[in-house]
Design a protein around this ligand. Structure first.
Ligand code: GLN
Ligand code: ZN
Length: 753
């Protein structure tokens, strides 16, 4: 067989250690940087990434994992599958960015979550007229650059099965996988070109094989890899799976002629010993978690590598998936205490773990015994640290989960809430108002120390007062404070809760140039002080109308954080729920009569395999209910969800039992209401009547038409009127105009009743 490497990663972060790529790409969009300068910066970042991976000791380095925006979009470009509507744009780069972000005349591709991560990819659109054609220029160029630097380069591409399964069919209902035969020759061509360019190995990513797949889909994948592996001139193929188990797809893939298979041993639980064909394969064992930030238990990882030795042809150590999902390095963090730091591993530290394990595997552990000792010491302090074992929190949670009767039946609550005296078709918004220039200026000034905390708070209070005054002027029924004080709906709470650490520099790519800093949930969660009460009561003091308290729910807080791996996610969720519950009770005590607990991420954490979904939905619904059942019947609980096609979670939404659910619907023409009816949902619902993702101002008649449509599915007593998400990304003028039309539309339809 071709030389088999021993230590690698499946991919690396690409935004730059200091978000250089983000800044450069945004400057290019703004016309402040030209294409040549952007290209030079990108090349430099790639060089830094590869050389540091090689110098750290990896003997196979992934290339072509760089991207200006998204690797699925790169794949679409490589396969000639960008949408027709951008075809007229001459520059390759601008065509690519137009597909990603749209421009004045073309709409962008849709964006959606990359499996169960927080990374979003662009969904390629494939129509019957799409003619695939190979453009290997990007991958060939990056391979050539890397080889010129003497990097042991392994080009990485998204595989044809995953590409088709993640794409959206337009203009036809036929399954896209039917088009696999059109793609296989292109990949064959690509493999030949890569071999000619000197690649020994190619990594073909097929993460779609870790989700539930039909026997036909698995058979189609097998056929494709039978054909590709039968080629004469090609690099050795590493078929990479990640984010779960291959299950039935594993023996099928192993029976093809691919030389290597990457298996996720962190998220997955495949038993390799039962797959005889693996004794002829190079197995790339993902034992270092590529998605979370904990230091690896090297003893355990080495032991599990040891058990694989007998059942595989050869073995390499790797991360479980690309390091795209973790920050670059711990070195950039200053605020970590010594213990917490010792428990963590970001990108650079994970590469080191891979190398340590590779060394231990190939030449014995003596030379790396120090690293093992450090990992062991960290595991030991982590398991005994008091912050991870707060007896009071645990006792309280146990008592409550055993005894909490939940809320009264919905009808009783409705009765108790009639004191709110709301009109029919009450109007409201989802929480945030535009993050104005004043807000950003104030935040920056505070960070630089130009203004003190009290001046900052004064300015934020002025924003709240403006937002309340605007809502009164517009005649909305249920008001919000506008969330000016929140940088982010999860980080804001993480910063105030014990058990969370907010990083200084732990950026990860969310999509395109957008990066997020997920907080680290490392300990038992405790709320030492009220987190939102002052803001909400201040807003309430300015108006007679009810102001909604605004909280983020436990599932969303977990979904957008790095979470503990030393206890079930359900336990962490309940701890967060307890803190949120305390906040709802305090809000109620302060005279707030409506509290919204947002769960936009409820669907995101849904396990990829159907068999795992019911258990997830049970604990996630349970955590939400724990968070919202501490208040009395007269306090109205709202929730907000950010998507309109729920599939598996629709029943769970009903089980949340929130008095009012606002939900994205504008883009799916109110279909969500039928879905909710189908599961017996009979609570308040506010299907978003206009799409906040676009700057367009919806007309009164248009909104009224949506409401009339909604009234066909929902009795008038249950229907609310609201936009489909928060307004923080919009401009003040369009928000005012849109909300004015929203209120007018509600009045118009009320008059028709
Ligand atoms: N209350 C939040 C806001 O309005 C909800 C955001 C969201 O749904 N992602 O911004
Ligand atoms: Zn939303």
């Amino acid at each position: 067989m071709t030389f088999s490497f021993t230590a690698t990663v499946l991919g690396s972060p690409r935004i730059g250690p200091n978000r250089e790529l983000k800044k450069a790409v945004e400057s290019y969009w703004a016309g402040r940087l030209d294409a040549e300068a952007l290209d030079a910066l990108a090349r430099d970042l790639r060089r830094q990434t590869w050389t540091s991976l090689r110098d750290a000791g990896l003997d196979s380095v992934p290339v072509n994992t760089f991207s200006y925006y998204d690797h699925v979009l790169d794949t679409a470009a490589m396969l000639g599958a960008l949408p027709d509507r951008v075809a007229g744009i001459e520059s390759d780069l601008d065509r690519y960015f137009a597909a990603a972000r749209g421009n004045d005349t073309v709409a962008p591709l849709e964006m959606t979550k990359w499996f169960d991560t927080n990374y979003h990819y662009l969904v390629p659109e494939i129509s019957p007229t799409t003619t695939f054609a190979l453009d290997p220029s990007k991958v060939l160029r990056e391979l050539e650059e890397a080889r010129a630097l003497d990097i042991p380069a392994r080009p990485v591409v998204v595989g044809p099965v995953t590409f088709l399964l993640l794409s959206k069919a337009v203009g036809s209902d036929a399954p896209l996988l039917d088009r696999l035969d059109e793609l296989v020759p292109l990949y064959a061509d690509l493999l030949g070109r890569l071999a000619d360019a000197g690649a020994d190995w190619v990594q073909i990513d097929e993460p779609a094989l870790v989700a539930d797949r039909t026997p036909e889909e698995i058979a189609a994948a097998k056929r494709a890899y039978d054909r590709l592996s039968a080629l004469e001139s090609r690099p050795a193929i590493l078929l990479a799976s990640y984010f779960g188990s291959l299950g039935d797809a594993l023996p099928a893939i192993a029976s093809t002629g691919v030389e290597g298979i990457a298996i996720d041993l962190v998220a997955g639980s495949d038993t390799l010993a039962t797959v005889p064909d693996l004794t002829r394969k190079h197995v790339v064992a993902g034992v270092v978690d590529g998605r979370n930030i904990w230091r690896t238990d090297l003893d355990a990882a080495l032991a599990s590598l040891g058990t694989l030795l007998g059942s595989t042809g050869s073995l390499a150590v790797s991360t479980s998936c690309s390091l795209l999902h973790v920050p670059y390095t711990l070195d950039a963090e200053t605020g970590l205490d010594k213990a917490l730091r010792s428990w963590l591993a970001f990108g650079t530290e994970k590469v080191r773990e891979v190398v340590t394990l590779g060394t231990a595997l190939t030449s014995g552990r003596e030379s790396v015994e120090d690293e093992f000792a450090l990992a062991r010491a960290a595991a030991s302090t982590r398991s005994t640290d008091r912050r991870l074992h707060d007896a009071t929190v645990r006792a309280r949670l146990d008592a409550l989960t055993a005894s909490d009767p939940g809320r009264s039946p919905a009808a009783e609550r409705r009765e108790a809430q009639s004191a709110l005296s709301l009109p029919v078709l009450p109007t409201t918004t989802i929480g945030s108002y535009p993050q104005t220039t004043q807000i950003r200026v104030a935040r920056a000034a505070r960070r630089k120390g130009e203004i003190d905390e009290s001046e900052y708070l004064n300015r934020m209070r002025a924003e709240v007062a403006d937002v309340v005054a605007l809502q009164e002027k517009l005649d909305l029924d249920v008001l919000v404070h506008g969330e000016p004080e929140r940088n982010d709906m999860v980080q804001y709470f993480a910063e105030q809760l014990d058990g969370f650490f907010a990083t200084d520099n732990g950026w990860v790519q969310s999509y395109g140039s957008r990066c997020v800093r997920p907080p680290i949930l490392y300990g038992d969660v405790r709320r030492s002080n009220p987190m939102t009460v002052e803001w909400i009561t201040y807003a309430q003091s300015l108006t007679q109308r009810p102001v909604k308290g605004m909280l983020t729910g436990p599932v969303t807080i977990l979904a957008w954080s790095f979470v503990r791996d030393d206890q079930p996610l359900a336990d962490s969720a309940n701890q967060v729920a307890l803190a949120i519950r305390d906040e709802t009770v305090d809000l109620q005590g302060a005279g707030i009569r409506i509290v919204q607990v947002d769960e936009p991420a409820l669907r995101e954490l849904l396990p990829l395999r159907a068999a795992d979904q019911p258990a997830y939905l049970d604990w996630s619904v349970g955590a939400f209910r724990l968070a919202t059942s501490g208040v009395s019947d007269s306090t109205q609980i709202h929730t907000h969800l950010c998507y309109s096609e729920f599939g598996e979670v629709i029943e769970a939404i009903a089980r949340l039992d929130a008095d009012v659910t606002s939900i994205e619907a504008a883009r799916s023409h109110m279909e969500v209401l039928d879905d909710l009816n189908a599961v017996g949902f009979d609570l308040g619902v506010g299907p978003g009547v206009y799409d906040i993702h676009s700057p367009r101002v919806p007309g009164v008649e248009e909104i009224a038409a949506s409401l009339r449509e909604a009234l066909k599915a929902v009795p008038v007593e249950r229907l609310w009127v609201n936009p489909d998400c928060g307004l923080k990304t919009r401009g003040p003028a369009e928000v005012e105009a849109s909300l004015r039309n929203l209120v007018d539309a509600a009045k118009l339809v009320r008059a028709e009743l």
